[in-house]
Design a protein around this ligand. Sequence first.
Ligand code: ATP
Ligand code: MG
Length: 392
Amino acid sequence: MEIIGIDVGFGFTKAYNGKNSVIFKSVIGDATDIQFHSVLGDDSSTSNLHITLDEKSYYLGSYAELQSNIREFTLDQEKLLENYFKILAVTAAGLCTDTPAPIRIVTGLPVGYLKRDTKRLKEITTGVHTITFHHPDGKDIIRKINIEKIHVIPQPIGSIFNLIFDEQGRIIDKVLAGQKLGVVDIGFKTTDFSIFDHLQYIERGSSTMDTGISKCFSVIAGKLKQESNITIELFRMFKFIESGMIKIKGKEYNIGNLKKRVYTHAAAAVVSDLNRLWENDWDIDSIILSGGGSVELADYLVSGIEGNIIPIPKNIDARFNNVQGYCKFGRYKWGYTRHLSEEQGIEEKIAAIKQKNIEGTEEDNKPTRKPETEASVPEKTIKGLSWLRRQS
Ligand SMILES: Nc1ncnc2c1ncn2[C@@H]1O[C@H](COP(=O)(O)OP(=O)(O)OP(=O)(O)O)[C@@H](O)[C@H]1O
Ligand SMILES: [Mg+2]
């Protein structure tokens, strides 16, 4: 049984199954008939995303941004869940795994919407979905995605699980597991704050604010509109913000300084929300910064937040922290089974050892590890995580 972590963010949809990572912009567009496909473009699995689901065809991600006449993205939770979540999640699952077997999903909601939307999210996503992936060469691949179970947790907790669990769902960082942790997850639309104390989710210090990076993009887009009279859709801003330069109708605008000012302001807003929200939680041991936006704001945040901040590693993409944690938690919750391809690899190795009949002992032929059972997890930890299991 395969477990997939799926994070449908306002900016990006992410999926991870322990082996494959998938990411594409949470942008959906109409599927126009493209007469000619250039063979020179990017050929990765997410650059030509054209799918049909429930008898409707869509372009997704950067393909929609590039090719669709009508492109939609949303910064509204209700709309995301009602109109887009299923399309984005089923596509992400289909890209992440080939399996026709039932799969289990761990996903997240912003902490502020957890109570309201968990049931609806499960209803929307559970079941068998038939999705067609249309490839640019004209080939259609029809897939059945059988989501037998879905477990929903507060989004930022994924980042904590990512640090605490290993890939097989075992607790590897017992020090962190025994601490009071605060997590700040800065995404495209939302900043989620959450507290996890000895593996207990603390509702009181957890909240969702509208201080994601899109606010910064709006301010910069607004200034550019004043100068150029062109309205730039927010999801088109990423590359310009990154380079600090934008060319509109042949005229170049340097947005480097403006970006600095806006980001400093945004970071100050996050810090002041944090100080207010965690005013009584001065005993937090460590603070985890997560989400793609935390990388952008890191320099400004680190100087503003008082406390022990766990540094953001430079070599990872912080947008994946939650989704990797979801997958690891799924393996903790439901047990770890290897992917078929990994199993085949192991069986081949075992067969080779047997054939050579050299040092191959009984011990070598045993699976490397049994699925995690509650018996192998410290009692305190089980107690701590019980709130998570109760929801299934
Ligand atoms: N390589 C990158 N490409 C694009 N954006 C990046 C990249 N690296 C970091 N970012 C930042 O990541 C942010 C998106 O982060 P993330 O994927 O965590 O948000 P999200 O989960 O989609 O949004 P939300 O949590 O509000 O729903 C962007 O706003 C951008 O500032
Ligand atoms: Mg997010």
